[in-house]
Every structure is written in C-alpha cells, then in structure tokens.
Write a protein of this length. Structure first.
Length: 556
C-alpha cells in the first residue's frame, strides 16, 4: 500500500520508543530493563483506546529481537528482524487477537507452538491484543506457561479492561498503565502532522479535535483526517466549520443559556436550546456538556485556563468567572443534582428533546426560588429573609433522603409568601417554650393537619427557644417544614430553625397515647371486676378504657 494512501492513524504510527508521545516513563523503564537483561516473562499494557498499547507491544518486540541490539536499535534503516516485525511477517513474533480467538483450544495451540524455540530471532514473542476477551478456561490454561516459560519465550498483553483479567494472570506480568495524552502535548503533535500533510486548520479547530479525542492519539488523528478531507485544499478549517463537521456547538451558547436560566427568561432559554438542537446536537450530548459547564461555574476560581483541557477560550473563561461570582454555590449544586436526574430520565422517555426542555424550565423555577448572592445581600434589611434556614444533619436513612431534598427546595418560597401577607405582623405574639404548647396552639388556631403531622410522624429530639430538633418517618408530608416554619413565624413573630437529626428521639405523641392505652387495658384486665365480667360474658372483649374525672369531691 502506498504510504500516502494510508489513513493518518496508520501513516504516523510510532515505530520506535522515541516516536511515542506521553509514555516516556514506560519507554524508559522497558529500555532500562532490556539493557540490564532483566526482562520479565510477560508485559501487560493497559489504558484507554488509542494511546499506544499495541504499538508499544510491537516496539518492545523489535527491541528484544533487533539484530543491532538495544544500544543501536533500528530507527531509519531497519534490520531484517525489525522490518519483518513492522510488516507483521516475522516467523517468531506471533500477534493474536483474543477477541476472535477466545477459547481454551486456541491457547492450547499457542502453548504447543511455544515448545519450539525461535527460528531466526533471540526470543519467540506472543502479542495478545484485547487479552481480557479470553475465557476463564483459556486464562487457566495459560497460567503455568506464563509463570515459568522457557527462557526464549516472552508474552506481551494489551487490554482496555484490566479489571476483567484474573488477578492470577496480572500478578505474573509486569504491568504498565499507559496514561492519556496531555492536551497540550496532543495539540502540538497533531499540529506537526497538519503541517506535514500541508493541511489548513486553525489552532481553535485543532483544540476542538483534542477535546473530542479525550487524550487518544488515534482518535485525534482520525478526526484530523476527516476534517482535512471535508474541505478543499484552499479552505482553512476554522472553529465553526469543525463544530459542524463533528456535531459540536459553540460553548458560548451554553454559557448564555445558563445566564438566561438564572434570569428565568423562559422564552429565550427555549429558543437557544432549540437552535442548539437544530444543529444536530443529541440531547445526551447536550446534557453532558451542560454538566461540564456546571462544573466550571462551580470550580472556576480554583481552575486555570490550561486546566480546562481546551474546553474554554479566554473570553468564555472570563465570562464564567464573572457570572459564577454572583451565583450561590447551593444553586449550582442543586442544578447538578437535577441534571444528573434528568440524564437518567432520558433512557426512559420516548421524546428526549421535550424532556430537555422541561428540564430547563424546572431549572428556571429553581433559580427564581434561590437566586443570586448579590440580591440576597441587597435585601438583608428586609423584615423577612429570603428563606427560612434549615440545617440538615447527615442521615443514614435512605428512604428519608427524598423528603429532605424536597424540603430543601420548597422552603425557599417563603419570602414571596410572607411578603404578600403583611397582616401576619399584626397578629398577637405567642410564646412557645415546649412541644406540648406547640400542639396546643395548633389546636387553638385550628391547624389540624399540622397537629396531625406533629403527633403522628414526628419524633422530638430537642426543643429549645426558636429551635426544634426532630427525626421523622417516611409518611411525613413534604410540605411539613414549610408549613410549620410559616406558622411559627406567624404565631411568634420570630424565625425558627428546624433541624433534622440522626437520633431517633422520643416516641411520637400517637405512640405515647397508644402505649398509655395499652397499659390501662392491661391494668384493667388484671382487676377483679374485669375477671367477674368475663365470667358472666365469656365472649366479651375489652377494646378501650377511658378515665372519668371525679367531680363529686368538690361538692363534699
């Protein structure tokens, strides 16, 4: 095959350790072990796709069998051994794809073949790619030979799924974890390839290729190949053209979208999203990019432009930093939780596009509830704060987490509701110093539902002035804290803090009443009058006991 007709990923495939990028430590370690004649029985290369596992395996095979030795390893004029290894025609270097030969019989043939020494080289080498695809029986058959092979036999394994390989096999190999290629290093590499190919592409377009490739050299070269072939020789590949070719959209659109969400401008938000969707961006791709932008908004102050992996340019970085300083961190964390939840929903809805629109609308309602720091500071002198604080202690009860999350969201609505009810300020101030007094005032004010929740679903842990610490069961109404906080403020003209605790606390009022009733019933059952009644009425059953106050003492 003509070298010019090869795809870039094959045309510029490294042939020596010097050609490898991003794996200097691995190359140096292997070279030193060969020079010191301390060669392991088996090498194991692991890492993501396209970072040089199989390529490194072939280079190691060359280094072990080069006729000039490791000190004078072939680079330009290849010896017969290196040339045949490069052409995959060396009789003593066998390369096997474990994805197509997974059975124990294939491994037995390999072991049988290993009994014979090398024909023309120093070592007989077996390169097994995607080794994790071998069956359990195949791995077991390989164990003994792998641990104590003949001196002339070496194994080189490559895999992307290291966890699928039995630990007994891994422990018999010298393992090398090949790392992702750094963005700056990969950018410099494909820029050199672009010049060699006489291609025209802007640095911004190349940075987009680097971002999409996620540290994979093969992916980067394949994308570059595709990009250069998409345009004629006289046209330069700019960022806009690259985004259209690869189906990516301008990140500045997402930043503008986020800013409009905070302003709760529903019409503009939906219009921008529909434009992004019309560009061919899939809903899942949009959600993942949205999560990425959320991460930058939350952590922008601890990041540098270089650490964003070419995802942002200077202007976008500065804009995110400016907006993030005005947004409460709690808003961003809640946005993240909603985004993760909505990403999971995409797998179960038939129209993902509509699901994303509803997700954005939900975020706007959330941002209008819990808005910017600056606005909170400007209104710090208002009669009523923008929210009633709720301190949550960590809970081990998984069933309660859903209620707690709903409470966090709903309680932020208090300011709007309190502002439209100025008459609450004119009510008579009540002093509530105990849980029983709280129940009594609920009765007086005819707040039957609230009293029911307090008696049935709440366990009191601690009651102090303007502070209540409770635990609760799964039946607690999601609006309980909102309703209770609102009523306490209305009755006492003071803000109350409601805290959730991991402690079980006291029994609920209803549980106490039930226990007292059971005690009375047991006491009556042990009385003489009960026994006499049961003798007369054998089929009778005691279901309840009521105490009657003795009023006749007052008349004596």
């Amino acid at each position: 095959m003509n070298n010019n007709s090869k795809v870039l990923a094959l045309k510029y495939r490294p042939t020596t350790f010097d050609d490898l990028i991003g794996q200097e430590v691995v190359a140096e370690t292997i070279t030193n072990s060969i020079k010191a004649d301390k060669i392991p029985n088996a090498y194991l290369f692991t890492g993501i796709r396209g970072i040089g596992k199989t390529t490194t395996a072939r280079i190691v095979a060359k280094a072990l069998n080069c006729l000039n030795g490791i000190e004078n390893l072939c680079k330009q004029d290849l010896c017969d051994s290196c040339k045949s290894i490069a052409d995959s025609s060396h009789i003593d270097v066998l390369e096997m794809d474990a994805a197509s030969k997974t059975g124990v019989d294939d491994v037995r043939d390999l072991i049988e073949f290993s009994r014979y020494g090398p024909t023309s080289a120093k070592y007989k080498i077996f390169i097994i790619d995607e080794v994790h695809m071998l069956s359990k029986q195949a791995f077991n058959a390989l164990l003994k030979t792998l641990e104590e092979p003949p001196e002339y036999l070496k194994f080189i394994f490559a895999t992307t799924e290291i966890k699928k390989i039995p630990i007994t096999v891994v422990s018999r190999c010298q393992r090398f974890d090949l790392s992702r290629i750094k963005s700056s290093e990969l950018f410099d590499f494909i820029k050199v390839i672009k010049k060699k190919e006489n291609g025209k592409a802007s640095d911004e377009a190349l940075k987009l290729i680097v971002k999409i490739s996620e540290g994979s050299v093969r992916d980067a070269l394949s994308l570059l190949d595709r990009a250069l072939l998409s345009l004629d020789e006289k046209t330069e590949l700019d960022l806009n053209a690259a985004q259209k070719i690869f189906g990516y959209f301008d990140k500045s659109q997402l930043i503008n979208l986020f800013e409009l969400i905070l302003r709760a401008d529903e019409e503009k938000v939906i219009n921008i999203y529909r434009k992004i969707y019309d560009q061919g961006v899939e809903p899942k791709v949009f959600m993942n990019d949205f999560l990425e932008i959320l991460y930058y908004f939350k952590n922008i102050n601890s990041l540098s432009l270089e650490s964003t992996n070419f995802s942002l340019n200077d202007e976008e970085f500065s804009k995110i930093k400016e907006i993030s300083n005005q947004v409460d961190s709690e808003v961003l964390i809640l946005f993240w939780q909603f985004a993760i939840s909505s990403l999971e929903e995409l797998d179960i809805v038939s129209n993902q596009h509509l699901s994303i629109e509803m997700f954005l609308i939900r975020l706007m309602h959330l941002s209008s509830i819990k808005f910017k720091k600056n606005k909170d500071q400007d209104k710090s002198n208002d009669n009523v704060d923008s929210q009633i604080p709720i301190e949550e202690k960590e809970q081990d009860f998984e069933n309660n987490s859903r209620i707690v999350n709903q409470i966090k969201n709903v309680t932020q609505e208090e300011k709007q509701k309190l502002e439209v009810k100025p008459e609450m300020k004119t009510t008579e101030k009540n002093l509530i110093i105990s849980f029983d007094e709280l129940l009594n005032i609920c009765t007086q004010k005819k707040e039957i539902k609230l009293k029911y929740e307090l008696e049935k679903n709440v366990n009191l842990v601690k009651f102090e002035r303007n502070r209540i610490e409770i635990s609760f069961n799964d039946n607690l109404d999601k609006d309980f804290v909102k309703d209770l906080s609102l009523k306490l403020y209305e009755w006492t003209d003071e803000r109350w803090i409601i805290t959730f605790s991991k402690s079980k606390g006291e029994m609920s009022v209803k549980e106490k009443q039930k226990n007292k009733k059971d005690e009375l019933i047991n006491e009556v059952k042990n009385s003489e009058i009960y026994k006499k009644v049961m003798e007369k009425f054998t089929d009778a059953e005691l279901v309840d006991v009521k105490l009657i106050e003795k009023k006749e003492e007052k008349n004596d």
